[in-house]
Design a binder for this molecule. Structure first.
Ligand code: ADP
Ligand code: MG
Length: 833
């Protein structure tokens, strides 16, 4: 059998997504990234000659051991593979079509003509583009027909291979030349485009930093002149590169510069402006003059004009795009037709059309994702049968009797939602969001008791030993009274203890197990696992959750998080989960008095601490990660600890807690804080997760400006857990900007985790809020989770309605196909299926 050519586009996409996600060996629906690469590279194209073939095979093998590579090695391999595959693709396709037609040197080892290869697209002599006919275009067609082979290869660097790719390569902005600003009238704070003639241009190495190149361009229009600077770090510092930059902006050339107007002591300028040569003085680029012009993200060797030209000539092919959205739905939500939207997003008639086009395309991005998530959830529900866990029973009743308090309305509501889920033969997959202290543990216990009552086992998994231990202690205190055994299993559980726990788990004698990742390891087998509770679920990967799920037969899963996230994020990330919110704190909790102080008020803060400790209360002092290096962080934590103990509070006992301690040391540190032996604990952010000491009333956070608001909220939640008035002091560094201080004021004004998360997202962007490590956010081309909440809600609504109408989606065949393409692309990892 002849080997088929690999799917270059998918390969490149997988590689580029992996690179974007920081080389995490992304998990797709079916494969991990590395597996996908291995599988795809398994059969090299038919007739590679020896050197290429060897390289190909060695690359495939390296992806086989990707998991063992360091971050750096992964990066190198991926970068290498991207280049190599681009080369191979060019070789393979030029062999079939325009071999040597672009005057490339013949390759030394030539491919033998491949008779199985698809017939080359005929290259049209005339350009189909401007007379607006799609007759000889095809969406899957390559770009050679539009821009010639050499340019087509250049566009490959942007991941653009087909007309479809180009049509969906949306501009990141538009420049409205009709509305450009005059240089003399610029006001700081506006984002503008100015167009002017280059008066001077220079590019040189920064006198202060050898690795930095500075490009200065002075532009002049009829009203005045402006000096624009751009800074390039790293490999751009060579002399040759600088000369090339200078040549790009020759004196007299007409350049458009866009960016945010800023004012400094050197006068008015634009912040990191985007520069584009409109006219090098010889020709007028007519496409761009006097209208709204798209601005695309570019890369080395691909010019703005090339992308525009490709898009322009691909536009007639929009006619070929079917619109998968049913007309009714389009009308209901007031959306443009797809071909119009695509055409208008690139070259809009005016601002309004541009916005309408964007609205339609953003809707699409959200809609297919929501549809995919809901479709997947529906599929899971139907595919698996779970145990029906009786909700009524004396265990739960007895537990309620034991509680020294009445459940809040929110707790009762959420328990109701969970119990309804457990009574169904489809697996529950529910996320419980609730602010710190909202009482999630009680809710989890009720669910566990339901499982036990029905004769099943329950497991609770927490991300750290500290947290697992705390859950364990709490559960023991309640379960003992109910005469139910509970055990704890973590990495530091002694062998003897393990040997005792594991058999009891297998026989079912042990109904509840609490633990860390240790739970998902191999020798751990349950008798009948009916319910899994995962705390701080965002700290676990999808794989780890799945592993625990495999320990039972379609067990119900309940995840909990004390990190409320804004609704847009929740829908995007967890659209396939049911979400419950415990949005009410138990009564009698006092607000935590929060103040933002700067360094000079330190004395005041220490006085408060002294007063509180003297009254028998306890204090947290939290230090942020200051340096990139763990060693330095450790040093700063230790130094601060010593300073507080020896100099500031010699009369009190100060403790230390940091991430590099062994878990026994950590447990000892937390234990003595919990027991009240330690009065002040100096800690890195390891306390963030779940440490519960109700007697602690002061939380002092150093360099608070370095934290995100959501994280500060988490930290603040460590105090105010008892009946006493509590305080949170956000100490800012003397050098913190006023912006940073202002951001912290949100903390003074609000205690509502959901609101704070929303502010945090607006201020820092969704990726930062989630933390870069595990964000898992899809790559939207246009949609913004901050700006487009309204459209997301509409899209979710539309998706829910569609699924309710026909969960198979069979009545909309086009929609179904589009969903498959889109959803997978959107989720990145899913392309590896
Ligand atoms: P979290 O949601 O942060 O996990 P916990 O479940 O740890 O919160 O509860 C915080 C504290 O509040 C615990 O000491 C718990 O016993 C107590 N608590 C929970 N629910 C209530 C309630 N309805 N009334 C009073 N106290 C409660
Ligand atoms: Mg908790």
């Amino acid at each position: 059998m002849a080997t088929e050519l690999p799917d270059w586009v998918r390969l490149q996409k997988a590689l580029s997504v992996e690179a974007q996600r920081g080389y995490t060996d992304l998990q797709g629906n079916e494969y991990r990234f590395s597996e996908f690469l291995q599988v795809s590279l398994e059969a090299p194209p038919g007739n590679l000659l020896s050197a290429d073939l060897r390289r190909w095979q060695s690359m495939a093998a390296q992806f086989g051991s990707y998991a063992q590579l360091t971050q750096q090695q992964r990066e190198e391999l991926v970068t290498d593979a991207r280049k190599f595959l681009l080369d191979m693709e060019r070789v393979c396709s030029s062999d079939r079509t325009s071999r040597n037609s672009e005057g490339r040197k013949p390759r030394q080892h030539r491919l033998v003509a491949d008779s199985q290869a698809p017939v080359a697209q005929p290259i049209k002599a005339t350009s189909a583009s401007d007379n607006g006919t799609a007759a000889n275009l095809s969406l899957d067609g390559g770009l050679t027909q539009l821009v010639g082979p050499r340019n087509a290869a250049r566009l490959g660097k942007l991941g653009l291979y087909t007309l479809y790719d180009v049509l969906y390569y949306f501009p990141r902005d538009h420049i409205d030349y009709a509305r450009q600003a005059n240089i003399k009238e610029l006001e700081p704070g506006e984002t503008v485009t100015v167009v002017g003639k280059v008066k001077r241009c220079d590019c040189f190495t920064s006198p202060r930093n050898k690795k930095l190149s500075i490009l200065n361009v002075v532009l002049k229009d009829n009203t005045g002149q402006i000096k624009l600077s751009r800074f390039f770090a790293g490999r751009h510092s060579s002399r040759g590169w600088q000369e090339m930059q200078k040549r790009m902006y020759p004196i007299g050339a007409i350049v458009a510069a866009s960016g945010l107007v800023k004012k400094s002591k050197y006068g008015i300028s634009l912040d990191n402006p985007q520069l584009e040569v409109l006219d090098d003085g010889s020709t007028i680029a007519s496409m761009n003059v006097g209208r709204v012009v798209p601005v695309y993200s570019l890369t080395e060797g691909v010019s703005a004009d090339l992308v525009r030209k490709a898009v322009k000539s691909a536009l007639p092919a929009t006619e070929l795009l079917p619109d998968p959205l049913p007309a009714k739905l389009r009308e209901k939500y007031g959306l443009l037709e797809l071909p119009t939207a695509i055409a208008q997003i690139h070259f809009p008639e005016d601002r309004t059309m541009c916005e309408e086009a964007r609205r339609r395309l953003v809707f699409d991005e959200f809609f297919y994702l929501q549809l995919g998530l809901l479709h997947r959830r529906q599929g899971q529900k139907q595919a698996q049968t779970s145990a029906v866990l009786a909700a009524q029973g004396e265990l739960i009743e007895n537990f309620y009797q034991l509680l020294p308090f009445k459940l809040t309305n929110a707790q009762q509501r959420v328990i109701g939602e969970i119990i309804a889920d457990l009574a169904k033969p489809e697996p529950m997959n529910r996320l419980i969001q609730g602010d710190v202290g909202a009482g999630k543990t009680v809710v989890a216990v009720v669910a566990m008791l339901a499982a036990i009552q029905a004769g099943y086992q329950a497991a609770l998994m927490a991300p750290t030993e500290v947290l697992a231990e705390q859950h364990y202690k709490k559960l023991v205190s309640w379960f003992n009274l109910l005469h139910l055994p509970v055990e704890l299993l973590t990495g530091s559980t002694k062998t003897a203890k393990r040997k005792q726990i594991l058999p009891q788990l297998e026989t079912g004698e042990l109904p509840v197990l609490v633990g860390t990742h240790a739970l998902i390891q191999d020798p751990v087998n349950f008798h009948k696992l009916g319910l899994i509770v995962i705390d701080e679920q965002h700290r676990f990967g999808v794989g780890q959750r799945a592993k625990l799920q495999q320990k039972g037969e379609a067990p119900h899963v309940m995840t909990m998080t004390a990190t409320p996230i804004p609704r847009t994020l929740a829908l995007t990330l967890h659209g396939d989960l049911d979400v419950s919110q415990i949005d009410e704190l138990p009564p009698g909790r006092q607000g935590i008095q929060t103040s933002v102080l700067s360094g000079k008020d330190r004395k005041q803060a220490y006085e408060l601490i002294r007063r509180e400790v003297a009254q028998g209360r306890q204090v947290y002092v939290v230090l942020p990660l200051i340096e990139e290096s763990e060693k330095l962080d450790l040093k700063s934590a230790i130094e601060e600890y010593q300073r507080l103990q020896d100099v500031v509070f010699p009369e009190f006992t100060v403790g230390l807690l940091h991430g590099r301690m062994s878990s026994a040391e950590k447990e000892a540190a937390i234990g003595s804080f919990r027991d009240g032996e330690t009065q002040i604990i100096v800690s890195t952010t390891v306390v963030e997760v779940g440490v519960d000491v109700p007697n602690a009333t002061v939380m002092l956070i150093e360099n608070a400006e370095r934290f995100g608001l959501s994280q500060l909220h988490q930290l603040r939640g460590r105090v105010g857990r008892g009946a006493d008035k509590s305080y949170c002091i956000l100490m800012t560094h003397p050098k913190a900007t006023s912006d940073a201080r202002q951001r912290l004021n949100v903390m003074e004004q609000s205690q509502d985790g959901f609101l704070i998360a929303e502010m945090d997202m607006r201020l820092r962007g969704p990726g930062q809020v989630l933390g870069t490590r595990q964000s898992g956010l899809p790559d939207f081309a246009l949609a913004s989770l901050v700006e487009d909440q309204e459209i997301l809600v509409l899209a979710r609504d539309a998706a829910e309605k569609a699924i309710a109408k026909d969960a198979t989606l069979d009545r909309w065949p086009l929609l179904k196909v589009e969903l498959e393409n889109r959803y997978q692309r959107l989720l990145g990892g899913a392309i590896m299926t």
